[in-house]
Design a protein around this ligand. Structure first.
Ligand SMILES: *Cc1c(COP(=O)(O)O)cnc(C)c1O
Length: 223
């Protein structure tokens, strides 16, 4: 049996001040979430819309849900109003839809832009140059009901620590280029989400202030 509370406390003790933890609960039951909740954890991450909604429905209302998976456009409407942060905005089309549905619902949705640097990991996310161009051209000014809070990224899935570190450094560099550009006039663009169970210490060293840890807390997922 995985000791969720013990793992959680260990992770939290290891995280430096100022780094926020998303406990990634995807594929784990509500009971496992409640163990972490009982130990004070309030922020949880899910990668599938249906699963997030089912859990949101039955679990305490002060939980902050982060959506971290690929979001299909036909599922956006259901998700609006249920999340504290959508970390995985991977296209401008998706962003436009989130904005439109948020306007209809009369809410402001907080999001991160997912940037794609790892070679083999996932096909989702903006390429660094695309993302920089998006901001350089101030295309975010069209948004009325979406707050872009920062950047999320993943490193290559490899044992080569230098490669992982280089990926995190690249993501952090893109984040800072945008965050430090005063001409953009962005407000609250301050979140850099990177690092998972096996690589979060490197991510934190490279500047992450939000980490997403699943199996390191809840144990291996059974798909
Ligand atoms: C599943 C997932 C995580 C957590 O992965 P672990 O290796 O279990 O810590 C983090 N980020 C994203 C985007 C994920 O899909």
């Amino acid at each position: 049996m995985t000791d969720v509370v013990e793992n959680l406390i260990e992770v939290r003790d290891a995280l430096p001040d100022g780094v926020e933890l998303v406990a990634v609960s995807k594929f784990h039951p509500a009971e496992a979430i409640m163990l972490a909740y009982g130990a004070g954890q309030r922020c949880f991450g899910e990668s599938r819309v249906q699963e997030l909604l089912a859990k949101e429905d039955v679990l305490p209302k002060d939980i902050k849900w982060h959506f971290i998976g690929h979001l299909q456009t036909n599922k956006v409407r259901q998700l609006i109003g249920k999340t504290s942060l959508i970390e995985s905005v991977d296209s401008e089309r998706l962003l436009a839809l989130i904005d439109a549905e948020s306007a209809k619902a009369g809410v402001v949705t907080r999001v991160l832009m997912q940037v794609h640097v790892a070679k083999e990991e996932t096909k989702f996310g903006f390429l660094p140059e695309e993302l920089l161009e998006y901001f350089r051209e101030k295309r975010f000014e069209k948004l009325t009901h979406t707050h872009i809070c920062g950047v999320m990224g993943m490193a290559s899935n490899t044992d080569d620590n230098e490669r992982v570190r280089a990926d995190f450094a690249a993501i952090a560099s893109i984040f800072r280029t945008i965050a430090d550009d005063e001409k953009l006039g962005l407000r609250g663009f301050d979140t850099l989400s990177m690092g998972m169970s096996h690589d979060w210490p490197l991510a934190v060293e490279e500047g992450a202030n939000l980490v997403r840890i699943g199996s390191g807390i809840f144990g291996e997922r059974i798909y």
